[in-house]
Design a protein. Structure first.
Length: 115
């Protein structure tokens, strides 16, 4: 499966954005989906994940209460709703699909939060 993340942009502190992850070459419905981010000069870090059924989610402590991961298997997409954004959320955001221990990555989308 190939993944494309979209929805990034420039937003002020306290603002909101919704990122989308769409697949090609396969459907997302049987994959767990994760969002990761990489800030300039830093390693890629986990942000949030959701299992294939959408019934279980997990978040990094830094985004709990501000970000919500979801998926719509009918639309074959996953979303990351981000609110109360902070300058430290500035990063390239990547979506990841995983099944049976195999991970797939797509191109990221840049989120810039201005102070």
């Amino acid at each position: 499966v190939q993944l494309q993340a979209s929805g990034g942009g420039l937003v002020q502190t306290g603002g909101s954005l919704r990122l989308s992850c769409a697949p090609s070459g396969d459907t997302l419905s049987s994959y767990a989906v994760g969002w990761f981010r990489q800030a300039p000069g830093k390693e890629r870090e986990f942000v949030a994940s959701i299992i294939w059924s959408g019934t279980r989610t997990r978040y990094a402590d830094s985004v709990k209460g501000r970000f919500v991961i979801s998926r719509d298997n009918n639309k074959d997409a996953s979303y990351l709703q981000m609110k109360s954004l902070k300058p430290e959320d500035t990063a390239v955001y990547y979506c990841n699909a995983e099944v049976m221990g195999v991970h797939y990555w797509g191109q990221g989308t840049l989120v810039t939060v201005s102070s």
